[in-house]
Each structure stands twice: as structure tokens, then as C-alpha cells.
Ligand binder design. Structure first.
Ligand SMILES: *Cc1c(COP(=O)(O)O)cnc(C)c1O
Length: 395
């Protein structure tokens, strides 16, 4: 067998890259997978080597063959110049933000971002003297009107957490480039397999590897990929923090990587079946699924994305809290809990009204977010139909 290189794999499909990237069997006695390297100390053979830091890995926090395997594989599928890992998706977001901002800066953040991103801007960044303006996720090129002399970056998340607005990334990137702003995009929903932020001109892209990269709800991990312009500064900021994940988590993520395309394709198929079924239910007022025309920004999704993952929301028709509780508490297949992207289906109620500031969120009834897993969709429908019967009985 002849070893392929990232360069040689450039024109291969993502499915093939996911199988071959970040593996070096013949550097590991022929074993297929890169093993778990645990370690703090790395030994230098001579004094001269120590002085010259003449070693591939200087110290455990800087990286190991295990972390390098995942970073290099991710760089390939993300079309990036480089990737750094972080111990959680939120840690990856904070690392990217701290790479780009300085005291006195102003930043623009989508009103639809993952709520802890908002919390970080409103607390830690605010304390550092960085001010945040939240903008309507559907603003597109009109974002130019919000740019001030001290504006430093635009943070995007598409689709938006919970509410699923699709942002016009090329229009926002065009404004950012014209005004010299850094762009960061949280790409956790689509993953690089369904949206390529760097090809659209985004500087740093974030993935909560906790979700689809893991795929099994058994680890926490974040990734930040960057283009040529930002990778050096990102790596330097990472080194300054030493925000390194544990080796077992990285190994599990590498295992998840190999089957990620297969799982995403299947939850896309299953998610659409359930979303369309829910759209036909009288208890449901609106389905917010980017692949359905009812979702704000659907046309842009069709233009920029190559697929939809298994996470979407619905807005129910008005009902009482007791009816909602009866629906949720009696479900037998859908679990209720935070995070998503695992093999098991989840549902969580949400209400954006309490924290949105740039947009008015006024749903007809309660919102529910579904993460569709790998169960049989007929069984999932049966579970949901029984839930709607309980809900209607109370009203
Ligand atoms: C879950 C999530 C994160 C954070 O990931 P953790 O690993 O749980 O910290 C970030 N962004 C989005 C969009 C998410 O859904």
C-alpha cells in the first residue's frame, strides 16, 4: 500500500478523505488507527536538541501525534490552513473570539447565536472593554450600516441556534472584507460536510465536535479551523492558553470522524421524514427546518449548503404548560436533555423571547427543538403521535 498525502487527496471526495486523513499506519507498526498518546514530558536526546527545541512535539500541551491526527484531518475536510482543538465547543468559540479581539474593540454578533456565546460576550468580553452589538441574523449586506470605526469582527452562526434562520454568509463576508473585519462562523449544525465556511471567505470556523463529530454523546470537544491569514494568530493564542483536550476524547473523535458522513446523511434523511410529518400535524404551527421552504432563509440554504443535518425546531400551536408536560414526560424514545448530534433522538423545549435583543421573537406557542437520531422513523412517529394525543387530551 502506498501512503497518500493531503496534497494527493485534494481532489478526492469528502467521504474518502474522512477515511484516509489523519492516519499513518506505517508509523504505528501497521496498525490502522493512530493510538492514544498520553503525556506531559517529551524527552530531548541532547543538550543541543533541548536548546534548539529540536523535536516534533515540545511538550504535552503543544500537541501529540493523536491531536495532530485530528487537526490535520479536520484541516483537510474544512479546506482550512490549519486547525486547533479545544476541550469543548464553547471553549473553541472563546478561543476564536480571544484570537481576534483587543480591549476597545466593537464586535457584531448574530442575535441567533448559541446562548453561551452571547453570555461570554456580555460578561468576559464586556469586562475586557469589548462591546457587542447583536444584529438580525437575516440582515445580509445591510450589516454595513452597523460597522463603526472600532468594529473588529463579525460573528455568524447559520442556521441560528433554536430558531434556524439561515444567514447570507457571502453578503456579510463581502462587507467584512471591504471593511477589514475578521469573520468567525459557528458551523456546528452543518459541519464542513454540508457547508464550507472557508470557501465562502470566512476567517475562522468553529465546530462543537461534541455533536456530529462525536456522534455518540460520549465526549466534549471543540475545533477551530482558520484560513492562511488567521491561522498563525489562532495557534499562538491557543499556545498562550494551552486549552488542550484530553487524549481519549481526541481518539474517540477520530473514531467518530470515520463514520461522520454516513451518520449525517442518514440523520438528514430521517430528520426530513420527521420534519415533514410534523408539518402535517394540526398541533404544529410551523416547522423551522432549513430544507423546508417554511424556514427563514431557505433559499439561501439551497444556494450555499449541500445538506441539512438532523437538528430542527417546531413551533407548536398555543397549548398549556400542563399539555406540553404531558407530551414531553410520556415520550419513550425521545430523550430530553441538552446537546445533540448523537445516535439517539432528543427533544428540548426552548423560548428565545427571554434573551433576544435585535429581533422580535413572538411564536404562536411553545418551541421544541428535535435532534433526530438513528432509530426507525416509524417508531419515532408512533412515540410523537402518542405524545400529541396526550397533549390534545389536556389542551
Ligand atoms: C453545543 C453547541 C456549542 C457548544 O458545544 P459544547 O461542546 O457543548 O461546549 C456551540 N455552538 C453550537 C451551535 C452548539 O449547538
Amino acid at each position: 500500500m502506498t501512503k497518500t498525502t493531503p496534497e494527493g487527496r485534494r481532489n478526492l471526495h469528502n467521504r474518502t478523505k474522512l477515511v484516509h486523513a489523519g492516519r499513518h499506519p506505517f508509523e504505528n507498526y501497521g496498525f490502522v488507527n493512530t493510538p492514544i498518546y498520553r503525556g506531559s514530558t517529551v524527552l530531548y536526546p541532547t543538550y543541543a536538541d533541548l536548546l534548539a527545541r529540536n523535536t516534533r512535539f515540545a511538550y504535552g500541551t503543544v500537541g501529540t501525534p493523536t491531536t495532530e491526527a485530528l487537526e490535520s484531518a479536520w484541516t483537510e475536510i474544512a479546506d482550512a490552513a490549519g486547525t486547533v482543538l479545544a476541550p469543548s465547543g464553547l471553549a473553541a468559540i472563546t478561543l476564536a473570539l480571544l484570537t481576534a479581539v483587543t480591549a476597545g474593540d466593537h464586535i457584531l454578533v448574530s442575535d441567533s447565536v448559541y446562548r453561551p456565546t452571547r453570555h461570554f460576550c456580555d460578561t468576559v468580553l464586556a469586562r475586557m472593554g469589548v462591546t457587542t452589538t447583536y444584529y438580525d441574523p437575516l440582515i445580509g449586506g445591510d450589516i454595513a450600516a452597523l460597522v463603526r470605526p472600532e468594529t473588529r469582527l463579525v460573528f455568524l452562526e447559520t442556521p441560528g441556534s433554536q430558531s434556524f434562520e439561515i444567514q447570507d454568509v457571502p453578503a456579510i463576508v463581502a462587507v467584512a472584507k471591504a471593511k477589514g473585519l475578521c469573520t468567525i462562523l459557528d458551523n456546528t449544525w452543518a459541519t464542513p460536510l454540508f457547508l464550507s465556511p472557508h470557501r465562502l471567505g470566512i476567517d475562522m470556523a468553529i465546530e462543537a465536535g461534541t455533536k456530529y463529530l462525536s456522534g455518540h454523546s460520549d465526549l466534549l470537544l471543540g475545533l477551530v479551523s482558520a484560513n492562511e491569514a488567521w491561522y498563525g494568530r489562532l495557534r499562538a493564542t491557543y499556545d498562550a492558553f494551552a486549552m488542550c483536550p484530553g487524549p481519549e476524547d481526541v481518539f474517540l473523535a477520530l473514531r467518530g470522524l470515520r463514520s461522520m458522513e454516513l451518520r449525517l446523511r442518514e440523520v438528514q434523511r430521517q430528520g426530513l421524514i420527521i420534519a415533514e410529518w410534523l408539518a402535517g400535524r394540526k398541533e404544529v404551527a410551523q416547522v423551522l427546518h432549513p430544507a423546508l421552504p417554511t424556514c427563514p432563509g431557505h433559499a439561501i440554504w439551497k444556494r450555499d449548503f449541500t445538506g441539512a443535518s438532523g437538528l430542527f425546531s417546531v413551533l407548536l400551536a398555543p397549548c398549556s404548560q400542563a399539555a406540553l408536560a404531558a407530551f414531553l414526560d410520556g415520550l419513550t424514545l425521545f430523550g430530553m436533555g441538552y446537546s445533540w448530534g448523537g445516535y439517539e433522538s432528543l427533544v428540548i423545549p426552548f423560548d428565545c423571547r427571554s434573551y433576544r435583543t435585535a429581533t422580535h421573537w413572538n411564536p404562536p406557542g411553545p418551541g421544541l427543538r428535535f435532534s433526530i437520531g438513528l432509530e426507525d422513523t416509524e417508531d419515532l412517529k408512533t412515540d410523537l403521535a402518542a405524545g400529541f394525543a396526550r397533549l390534545t387530551a389536556i389542551g
